[in-house]
Write a protein that binds this ligand. Sequence first.
Ligand code: SF4
Length: 369
Amino acid sequence: MHLPFCARRCPYCDFPTAHLDAGREARYLDALAREARDRLPPGWRARTVFFGGGTPLELTTPGIERLVEIFSGRIARGAEVTAEANPRTLLARKLRALRDGLGLCRLSLGAQSFRPRLLAALGRFHRPEDVRKAVAVARAEGVRSLNLDLIFAIPGQRPSELEEDLDALLSLRPDHVSAYCLTVEEGTAYGRSAAAGRLRLPSDGVQARYFARVRCRLRAAGFQHYEISNFARPGHRCRHNQRTWRNHPYYGLGNGAASHVAGVRMRNHPELDAYVEAVETGGGEAAVAEREELPFARKVRETAYLALRTSEGLVRARFLRELGVDPERFFARELARLRAQGLLVDKPGRVHLSGRGVRFADAVAVELL
Ligand code: SF4
């Protein structure tokens, strides 16, 4: 569920976001309600839900209440329900409304760094102490699983600063960590700065070293590295993302949201106003701007690539059962090349990325896709 509102746009962000005003919020939520009514099958209930965006908890309190009204009755009992929040603006009463109304049990906080200098470089307006307060609020409100996002290889970040970020992050005892190397996307403020020569990312070697440190420190603290960017304490893996990495179907609602239903990939209008107008005039189905039926071979390739991003890797029996294809035959040449480069590790019935494979995951993607 895409809730596009953010208090301020981060310079590295390429998601469709918007400033919040009450009129805009009400129209957007009306469109979201219509899309949910028209696109979700009658009686269908989600087993996992991710409220992302944007910053879902940036909605006003009446907006949160409306969100609860739209989706209560659409979420199965025992579902995993996650929402993203900004540490600076998280309010206990909104969290409580989502917990009581929709069964929210996971919270993902965009901590990113604990160094004011680096937060400023990332264009974030929260302070390190806001993260500590937000974690306390989340725990007090009974959030069962808490994720902290961390960004590393920020321009100018020293190795000692990465260690301090990891110390601060671990001191908050999160259940889950999503750690991302800073990337520069076209069309963002960072992209424009990089194109003008005003921003230089650390070299590939530095990025790889920082990633190795993140991995080493989190594993030593008891986290399982279960997907390239994701680490969880036992029992805290994100079910929602695991379904996505298995290439299982999902609905995405809201502007810019992607869906994958019955072998068809769909993407909604990215611009908020275009999305709202399309739904207001054409109903919920008109939210979809692009549709693409995936050729079978592409589905097989994507499923293999997504599986290899996880620590479980490519499970031969599951692949056969779900796609009717033996990956060792379908990818005979590709797997041979990846094995020869030391990027894979063979285990009984499955194959997963080696440490080197994790480092060169982009090369694996090129090979498989
Ligand atoms: S808070 Fe997240 S979604 Fe919003 S602008 Fe920043 S990175 Fe993008």
